[in-house]
Design a protein around this ligand. Structure first.
Ligand code: NAD
Length: 500
């Protein structure tokens, strides 16, 4: 299937994708694959207005009926899983298995949200006053803004969108400037679902194409009651305070610096496989990528040697080919940042294995790298910083308390894991005294979360939670109701006020 056929299969008009001056390149070979029309400030304003205009009708649509639209979107995603997964690979560079895996994650959240549309439960609460009843009701919040990163260009949108739809909130989406095509494809698939649905209001999903300045328009717009923003901590530092300054809500999903502790009792065969997927999968460009290996001195050398052997066997190359495990970095800036970090950690005494550019002769405009392992004696500032590339630092430890201290001694708090067969260590790691992250795993790696759980992290990761569990509450407003069905007016706390 050539590119135009792929666009066509997803409901996009190939000619319309070449009319603008906003270039989209494929990290596979650096080729320009589209020239989109970027949204001006006025276009963005009009799209926010359309989202706001859709709110009253969607708010008043019963939640299970709203769920029906999400069910239809899930059907479209099932029917177009291969095509959309392929476009994710072409535009983002992740391998095809991960591109289609991302679409499967979208299908999963749609299924979850359909069920949720009949389960937006509030509590009933015992009242201290006779003849009174208290309850909570959950109402749609309003139109919301969703800003996404390049590395999960469609799944993160779907986590937000599927929940926002059943919760009654239209969405204005600004995808990453590096991956706007897949966003347009999602919008086209939703349009098909809306057609089958029948009476969905216009404006349930508006996509704005542009960079961070366009994002700023969403951040500052009072009509958008929630801004759900995924990306770097640097972005969150700007977005969070700006939205809060207008008393908007935020859901921030920011950078991670994820670790695994490998204890002496660990099953090393399992650990090696888990490390490989978590550290080199998606070319190290997952927010949950394993970046720090905190390994007991008794097994450190053995484990690092096995990893080096495994790294030698990794196939790096075209992500569309089935044998490839590691595709390209997103762009030159990512490559430069990786090389600069490797230079600094080597100067700090780190022993660097791998990390060189690969396939540069065949693809001068694409940036493939050999994943790197760096043995460190200490957790330096560079180790404490997220470099969004496949660099795995290996640090030794002697006792378990030290391992936990090193683990938590970073500003980020997204994903974490431990490999151990010692139940005391496993339980301590998941306890309040253990990992300080939002995702805390035992005997699996830190990446590859399922949609059923709430996803997100603490500290500089931003504190947001998306996807499963009760993350839907972020997209609704809660009202506490007290209903008096008696013929008297007793006051709470036994207060008497002006009664004879
Ligand atoms: P980025 O911060 O460069 O950009 C993310 C998005 O924010 C883009 O759409 C960008 O245009 C927009 N943006 C940037 N600055 C903005 C501003 N001041 N106002 C409004 N919008 C702004 O991130 P990236 O390079 O696309 O993605 C990689 C980063 O995202 C990594 O740090 C990674 O850990 C993080 N990430 C986190 C999660 C999570 O769930 N915690 C998931 C995916 C990615």
């Amino acid at each position: 299937m050539n590119l135009d056929e792929l666009y066509g299969a997803l409901g996009l008009d190939p000619a319309a994708l070449r009319r603008g001056d906003f270039p989209v390149t494929s990290p596979i070979d650096g080729a320009t694959i589209a020239r989109l029309a970027a949204d001006s400030d006025a276009d963005t304003e009009a799209k926010i207005a359309r989202g706001a205009g859709a709110f009253p009708a969607w708010r008043d649509t019963p939640a299970p009926r709203r769920g029906e639209l999400v069910r239809l979107l899930g059907d479209e995603l099932r029917a177009h899983k291969d095509a959309l997964g392929r476009l994710v690979t072409v535009e983002n560079g992740k391998i095809l298995a991960e591109g289609t895996g991302e679409v499967q994650e979208m299908i999963d959240i749609c299924d979850f949200a359909v069920g949720l549309s009949r389960q937006l439960y509030g509590l009933t609460i015992a009242s201290e006053r006779p003849g009174h009843r208290m309850m909570e009701t959950w109402h749609p919040l309003g139109p919301i803004g969703v800003i996404t990163a390049f590395n999960f260009p469609v799944a993160v949108w779907s986590w937000n969108f599927a929940l926002a739809m059943v919760c009654g909130d239209p969405v204005v989406w600004k995808p990453s400037e590096k991956t706007p095509l897949v966003a347009l494809a999602c919008q086209a698939l939703l349009a098909r679902a809306c057609e089958k649905f029948g009476d969905a209001p216009d404006g349930l999903l508006e996509v704005v194409v542009g960079g961070r300045e366009t994002g700023t328009l969403l951040v500052d717009d009072e009509r958008l009651k929630l801004v759900s923003a995924t990306g770097s901590t640097a972005m969150g530092r700007v977005v969070g305070p700006r939205v809060h300054a207008r008393f908007g809500r935020t859901l921030l999903e920011l950078g991670g610096n994820n670790a695994m502790i490998v204890a002496p009792s660990a099953d090393l065969d399992l650990a090696v496989r888990a490390i490989l997927f978590a550290a080199v999968g998606t070319a190290g460009q997952r927010c949950t990528t394993l970046r720090r290996l905190i390994v007991h001195d008794a097994v450190r050398e053995r484990l690092v040697d096995r990893l080096k052997t495994a790294y030698e066997g990794i196939r790096i190359g075209d992500p569309l080919e089935p044998e490839t495990l590691v595709g390209p970095l997103i762009d030159r800036a990512a490559f430069d940042s990786m090389q600069a970090t490797l230079g600094r950690v080597a100067a700090d005494g780190g022993r660097v294995f791998g990390g060189e550019r690969s396939l540069g002769d065949r693809h001068p405009d694409a940036y493939y790298v050999k994943p790197a392992i760096v043995e460190m004696e200490a957790q330096t500032e560079d180790v404490r910083t997220e470099t969004f590339a496949p660099i795995l630092y290996a640090i030794g430890y002697e006792d378990f308390a030290e391992a936990i201290r090193i683990h938590n001694d970073v500003p980020q708090g997204l994903a974490s894991s431990i490999f151990t067969n010692d139940v005391r260590e496993a339980e301590t790691f998941t306890s309040a005294a253990g990992s300080d992250c939002g995702l805390v795993n035992v005997n699996i790696g830190p990446s590859g979360a399922e949609i059923g759980g709430a996803f997100g992290g603490e500290k500089e990761t931003g504190g947001g939670r998306e996807s499963g569990s009760d993350a839907w509450r972020a997209y609704m407003r809660r009202a506490t109701n007290t209903i008096n069905y008696s013929r008297a007016l007793p006051l709470a706390q036994g207060i008497t006020f002006g009664e004879g």
